[in-house]
Design a protein around this ligand. Sequence first.
Ligand code: UDP
Length: 491
Amino acid sequence: MEQATAIPHVLIFPLPVQGHVTSMLKLAELLSLAGGGGIRVTFLNSDYNHTRLIQFSDAESRFRNYPAFQFKTIDDGLPMDQLTKGQKVSELVGAMGSKTRPVFKDSLVQMDPPVTCVIGDGALGFISEVSLELGIPNIRFRTISTCFFWINFWLPEIIQAGELPIQGEEDMDRMITKVPGTESFLRCRDLPAYCRGRSDEPTLLRIVRATRESSSPPYPLILNTFDELDGPILALVHHRLPKTYAIGPLHEHLRSRLHTTSYSSPSSSLWKEEASCLTWLDSQPLGSVLYVNFGSITMMRRDQAVEFWEGLINSKNRFLWVIRPGSVCFDEEMGCDNMPEELVEGVEKGNLKVLVGWAPQEEVLGHDAVGGFLTHSGWNSTLESIVAGVPMICWPFFADQQVNSRVVSEVLKLGLDMKDVCDRRVVERMVNELMVEKKEEFGRKAAEMARMAKESVKEGGSSYRDLELLIEDIKSQAQEVNGSKSNNSIS
Ligand code: UDP
């Protein structure tokens, strides 16, 4: 076994779904870059996702530039042939908790040189538990929005005050008052599905216990946000968890530290990116196109797809709709794709393009022709839209998306919230509001927030500062770990 030195060895372990892999791989590259070889980084990917990552992105060759970086893989516990592998997040989390956990523990014990810090996805509670069992310092990375993290933190108080669970057919616009900093905007309908209706109190409490956000002693936390975006709530989080590092937007942070002139940060795509939509965008007028994309997990019913289609057509705006294969017209019972005739692959007319596939999203959002984004409000997509200065129409699907859409519309005033509605008239009205009637108003706001996002990751910016702090702390943790190991003569 290699002699223990003070060189830190960080192990980064994301939940194996696109949004989590993307943001945590950006962090891995930032640490490899900023560490200048002075930080070893191991990125633990699921076998299934790793095959896709090296097939559809340049991650493998790119990371060869960092000699102190390595990929390792692990089984995610789901059968290999499962069609929707990774798209039913609760099944994935369950399988990993039971099957991946012991394998992870073994590989952590065997890692050489020993790991001095685990940066684990906060969505996988077992990562911090195993690290603690082995006495390895652990930092939780939450890829969700700060506001959603904070709401989960306060769930026990919301339940205790009787504001949850929601009782039967209630007024979903009822305000939730027990989460500090959100009293002016948080309604029942802005909570995730497990708080909205169907969940009874025991189910809710089980979720609260599983996340154990507020009852754990303070722990170090990484958030993909920046001071100017989430300032007031971030200050409250800091108060409870003083070692909180807000180092986002991570994709812009990486772009900035790489000094790249490209519109996008390096790819970590798990699908084949279709660049043809960029060529189509090249021929469209400035700011004229609404980009439509619902991310890597959202499933939509056939009738919902038709409502969107009709609303978009009736709005008479230009649009580019990217449809992930298998995501639209999914029939829960029959499990089949039954695409409406209108939405067949490659529909391309003067003012619209429908692409069944996967887009290079950062590049699309950075394209001059794009003037709006109809999104599911995933946190990465939201940050990518913010950095590109593109206003949003939000149609949230699950997890933090219900609250993200509320924050985008009501707090940041960067767009419109269409949650709980899927009606062609509403689609038409909102598209016109965003792209025509309030185009300038939203455009000004979005440009200002984009400017602040870019400033935050430059030298002197808040996210830049927090990343430097994180690196210092990782280095001093390594000194402590190695110090205590040599005292105990382990290495
Ligand atoms: N994405 C992409 N091309 C697509 C759709 C999505 O590159 O056609 C990327 C997008 O840029 C983002 C990620 O996939 O980085 C989706 O993460 P997000 O948190 O927005 O949503 P999720 O997919 O987790 O619901």
